[in-house]
Design a protein around this ligand. Sequence first.
Ligand code: ADP
Ligand code: MG
Length: 562
Amino acid sequence: MPIRALDPKVVAQIAAGEVVERPASVVKELVENSLDAGSSQVSVEVKGGGVSLIRVTDNGSGIPSDEIGLAFDRYATSKVANLEDLESIQSLGFRGEALPSIAAVAQVDVVTCAAGEKVGSYLSLQDGRISGQGSRGRSQGTTVTVSNLFRKIPARLKFLKSVATENSHIANVVSQYALAFPEVKFSLLIDGRVALRTPGSGQLIDSLAEVYGNDIAENMIELEADTTAPPPRIAGMVGSPKISRSGRGNLSFFVNRRWVNSRMLARAVEDAYHGLLMVGKHPVAVINISLPAQEVDVNIHPTKSEVKFHNDSAIFGAVRRTVRRALTEQITVPRVEVATTQPIFPSVVKETASQPYAGASPDSIPSAPTPAMSLPVLRVLGQLDNSYIIAEGPDGLYLIDQHAAHERILFEKINQQRSQRDIEVQGLLEPMTFEVSPRQEAILKSRYQDLAEFGFTIEPFGDRTFLIRALPALIHDKDWAGTLRELLDSLSRGDKGDWAEDVTITMACHGAVRAKQSLSEPEMRELVRQLEQCATPHTCPHGRPTMIHLGLSQLKKEFGRT
Ligand code: ADP
Ligand code: MG
């Protein structure tokens, strides 16, 4: 075929394909236009998964009647005038592509009335061509109705998923912008049913409660925006570790309030939760990053959902730091709810101490919640059920789960030794043999070096048999074979990314004292002393609590002595 310029209609459809991938993309573009128009109210209505109908109504600035036709010209925009503007984009839209792209793949009707105009105007387009135009009464704002999406493009229609799936994408788009713009009242009607409604109070927590429900909203922690620090400014809310989710779909990022996808930002947040979440769990977070428009490039892709930061590592660090700080300041030790009718202790308390706590007198100590990252000096009183250490602190009683606490201690110890390339190793006088399955054998052969980093010296010996010459000191007298097998199995499942962390957790778990193991008083004292020195003493590496705390003021209350 000779080279030929494409028919403008074909050009329009190819270009439209980049912007309008599915019904939710139409919703996104229309909602962005409404927000750019300064609306305080945005209503979205969809039918048939957005294929039959999408209607977005706002009370924004409106489109002047003499510009309404222009809005549908490709690359016509009121938001960017020159090259300098493109370097400092403040609005969500700037490419002037959305309306013409949508009109290329659907029927579009616009009714709008601009500020200062007495009568509004309407414009209808079919197949990208104007099919009707005139004046129409309307209060200030704009309504865009998109019907029969992709009707003329069967290939696109076929690619769409079920109505329910398309609806869920649409609901997600509206939810994200409701989170980014809490001062705007959003509503979403799906096939006549209210799917979302936000109050527009300006408080993120109110939008959050509508999007995620009260259970999550009640467990969100506000990020302290450091208003004195230079940009980037990190604001928003993150979920307490106890409301973690099994998927990554609950992380929302906005850059200057533009909803963006970013693996880098997701990693920064997950890093901040390090050691606080159970394996396989992911946090909930809504984070807005404000920075000068010149420091971020939003013109990467027609959908504008990807951005390039000029200084990736500064943003990564700022997000991780801000989230971590909020988490460590807010997490408190779980407190016991004591029913007054129940005895607090079963009778198995072992008495080991008699002198009172050496600190200040209990009355003088405020019973403020203990910040997660520091533990006061504790005095061991005894062991309960051979599983829990009972200890006294300046602010009341602590019940420590000995296994979870020891796991935390070992986890931090291994991490520290590893970062200093100083894992304690126990050489074996007589090497021991270790038999494995064919699958484990393949894994083991490819991981000698990684395992050596943790203190395992292993050599091939014969058919599916290996010689163990040295072991991590931590587990040499424990069930090291079981530990090693568990490690190999987790590797062969191709679990998650962070293998080193898995190894550390597995070793900490296998090395730790068990429940139902009687401990001597010096052993308990040593364990508690080491726990006091941990960076994150209140949770085990799986994210479970290591202790519960019963404050003195609460005790008094329980005894009716307030
Ligand atoms: P862009 O948003 O990139 O400028 P669009 O094709 O989405 O491009 O819109 C073209 C123009 O139409 C916008 O620049 C704006 O002036 C106008 N417009 C579109 N939707 C609205 C709306 N809801 N309220 C006011 N003006 C709008
Ligand atoms: Mg736009």
